[in-house]
Structures are given as structure tokens and as C-alpha cells.
Design a protein around this ligand. Structure first.
Ligand code: FES
Length: 116
């Protein structure tokens, strides 16, 4: 079974040093659902890939998630645009964003919730 590691963050979205929740999940489940079943509650909204509320940064194991659908890719593109307007280019450097309501778990992955 894949392991999902969630780097816990404070109210401003900054990682809390050494505070990581690790759970084993069923393969091919949506990331949000897989964590929910294990008692790990993540932000959520539309549950359809369009609002972006469930966005996370994938820190490790991006290849262990299903490929993004058109809807997810479109929403992530909008998130990137909003970040470019709000922050400098360095903020997005190397950042891999996924939506937990759309991405399915294929293997081990490490994520961090994006609160802004
Ligand atoms: S909950 Fe709206 S995009 Fe995932």
C-alpha cells in the first residue's frame, strides 16, 4: 500500500518543523478520499476539480499520482496565474501543484497543503 506523507502547516501555510502525518492508503483512490478514510481532513470545496480549494504542493513522488485531467490542468493553470500576480517568480520555482479531489494515488507521495 502506498504511503502518503502530509507536511502539516500553520495558519499561514508555513511547514511546522518535524510535523508530518504519514498514512498508508489504498492505491487508485483519490488523494482526498484516501486521506479522509484515514482521518486526515484536508481543505475541500467543489470536489469537481474547478475551485482549487484542495490544492497541495507535491514535495516528493509527483510521478506516483495519476496524470491530471483537463479540468485539473485548467484549474492549476489558473492557480499559477494567480500566484504569478501575487508573488514573484521564485514562489513558483519547482512547485508542483495538484488537486487532491482529482489526483489518484499510485505510489508513495509527500504533500503540503497550500493555504494561499
Ligand atoms: S475541491 Fe474544488 S478543486 Fe478540489
Amino acid at each position: 500500500m502506498p504511503t502518503v506523507s502530509v507536511v502539516n502547516v500553520d495558519d499561514q501555510g508555513n511547514p511546522i518543523e518535524g510535523d508530518i502525518t504519514q498514512v498508508e492508503v489504498e492505491e487508485n483512490q483519490l488523494l482526498l478520499d484516501a486521506l479522509d478514510v484515514q482521518g486526515v481532513k484536508l481543505p475541500r470545496g467543489c470536489m469537481a476539480g474547478s475551485c482549487g480549494t484542495c490544492r497541495v504542493e507535491v514535495l516528493e513522488g509527483a510521478d506516483n499520482l495519476s496524470d491530471p485531467s483537463f479540468v485539473e490542468s485548467d484549474t492549476i493553470t489558473h492557480i499559477h496565474h494567480s500566484y504569478k500576480e501575487a508573488y514573484d517568480e521564485d514562489y513558483l520555482a519547482g512547485m508542483q501543484i495538484r488537486l487532491t479531489c482529482r489526483a489518484k494515488v499510485k505510489g508513495d507521495v509527500k504533500i503540503k497543503v497550500l493555504k494561499k
